[in-house]
Every structure is written in C-alpha cells, then in structure tokens.
Design a binder for this molecule. Structure first.
Ligand code: AMP
Length: 282
C-alpha cells in the first residue's frame, strides 16, 4: 500500500496503473474508520483491481459552528485498517494541497435536490461536497466510485453531478452498516455519552416503525411522519432536525407513500447531529 499527500505524485502513480489496464475503484472518506467505511473498501476491492481511498476532512462542506475542528481523526489507525483490507493507495492531502492560496472555483448543483433534507439545515454543505468530490475525481480518475447509502442525499446529488457533467465514471451506492442494536455506524457516534448512545436508537427505531406501518397498509405520509416524530421525542436528548418521506428519484416530498421512496431522519442527540434513512419500494 502506498500513501500520498501530494496530488501530482498520486496522479503519476495512478497513470502507470491505468496504463497497465487496471480498473480503478475509489472510496472518498473523511477518515476515523468504522465497518461502514471498510465495507465500501471491500466492495471496491471486489469490483476493481486498484483501490484508492482518500482521507480528507474537507473544510468547505462544514458550516460555521459545525464540527470541522473537533471532527475525530486517527490517521495511523486508519492506515492500518486500509492495509488490512488490501487497499492499494491512500491519499491524505493537507488542506493547503487541496485549497492552495487563491483557490476560488466551486461546483454547485442548483437543483431542488440540494435544497431539501440536509441541504435545508446545512446551507452550503452540498456545494462543499460536490466541489471536493469533483476535485478528487479529477485527481484519481476512477472507473467506479463507492459511496454509502447512509448519506442517501449525497449519493443522489453526486449521481446527478456525474450525469449533468457527463463524467466518465459510475457511482456505486453501498448498503448502510449498522451496530447490532440498529444504530447506523458513523464517525460521529464517538461524540455520544452513555445516555445519548441509548437515545440515539430512536433514529433507526423510527424507521422500523415506518416500515411496520407500511406493512399494515398505511400510506399517508403525514400520519407516518407524526408517529415517527412521536417516537423520536421519547428520547430526552433528542431534538428533531427533520423527518421526511420523499420520492427517491428527486427527493421531493410526497403525500402518499407509493413507488420508490426514501424515509430520512436527522436528529440532534445532545450536541451530536445524526442521520439515518431507509429506502423502500411500495
Ligand atoms: P465519511 O467519512 O463520513 O465522509 O464517509 C465516507 C463514506 O462512507 C461515505 O460514502 C459514507 O456514506 C460512507 N459511510 C459512512 N457511514 C456508513 C455506514 N454506516 N454504512 C455504509 N457506508 C457508510
């Protein structure tokens, strides 16, 4: 496994791999790995023969007052985990390598898809994501790029960016990895204290409630959302950011739950903002 923090050195190494006919799989991350990240790398390993992982806590996707500074980092542990999975290249640029003095170009998806869900509560977040992923795609030039369905809106926005800008690669969405009790894995789960860790279960439980209601024939989105919210509010540390049921194709709100839909929740547990979602075809 080779580790690079300079863009040009990585580009050169990958250009040799490409000349040898290798298929490049790319897994962009912000590090502090858990099984969710590792599952993406394993899938990349299965579907390609040259796996590149980037570890970069991207400042432009954090808003003022968000957790950019305190975001958990442990590069040595991450590198060991990459090595164990059989990753070929790790890219760990400094902020100044990605955004040198004078940097001023951004890529923004202006569609409604970035204005709802997390886009509504984190203005500028998706502009940061599309910009950095665009740069990373230009650096790595992957054939396949692997992203977790845990960030379902991110997948939708990036798929749209790839379509809109005719990019020569395919986004591969990967399933959500969960702890045994249902909590979706997240690097931010380390922020939770013991009581908050218990309270955090209301996110996945609310999705289970929704799927049970659907199984019993309920199709009224408002009624399902109300019952999901009531359950989330039973946790004393929970403050709801959003609970929405949207059309999976364009993330627009729906009144009647039918077709390919996405149930999405974002909840603050104490100071930690957590998200979870469930896709369903009804
Ligand atoms: P992050 O380091 O949080 O930016 O995540 C890097 C990648 O891992 C993104 O594509 C995430 O969607 C994905 N990811 C994060 N958590 C999970 C999870 N629990 N299951 C599957 N993928 C995940």
């Amino acid at each position: 496994m080779q580790v690079f923090n300079e863009i040009n050195a990585l580009k050169q190494a990958l250009s040799s791999e490409r000349k040898e006919g290798k298929k490049i799989g790319f897994v962009p991350t912000m590090g502090f790995f858990h099984e969710g990240h590792l599952s993406l790398m394993k899938q990349a390993k299965n579907e390609t023969n040259c796996v590149v992982v980037s570890i970069f806590v991207n400042p432009t996707q954090f808003g003022p007052g968000e957790d950019f500074e305190s975001y958990p980092r442990d590069l040595n542990r991450d590198l060991k985990l990459c090595e164990d999975v059989g990753v070929n290249y790790v890219f760990t640029p400094d902020v100044s390598e990605m955004y040198p003095t004078g940097y001023s170009t951004y890529v923004e998806c202006e569609g409604g898809i970035t204005k709802t869900l997390c886009g509504a509560s984190r203005p500028g977040h998706f502009k940061g994501v599309t910009s950095v992923v665009n740069k990373l795609f230009n650096i790595v030039e992957p054939d396949l790029a692997f992203f977790g369905q845990k960030d379902a809106q991110q997948v939708a926005v990036l798929e749209k960016m790839v379509r809109d800008l005719n990019m020569n690669l395919k986004i591969i969405p990967c399933p959500i990895k969960r702890e045994n009790d249902g909590l979706a894995m997240s690097s931010r789960n380390v922020y939770l204290n013991e009581d908050e860790r218990k309270d955090a279960l209301v996110l996945s439980q609310s999705l289970k409630i929704a799927s049970e209601l659907i199984a019993n024939g309920e199709t009224d989105a408002k009624s399902i959302i109300d019952q999901m919210k009531s359950h989330i509010m039973t946790a004393s540390s929970a403050v709801i950011d959003y609970v929405q049921i949207v059309d999976n194709s364009d993330l627009s709100d729906i009144d009647t739950v039918k077709g390919e839909v996405l149930f999405a929740v974002a909840v603050r547990i104490g100071r930690t903002r957590l998200i979870d979602n469930m896709r369903m075809t009804i």
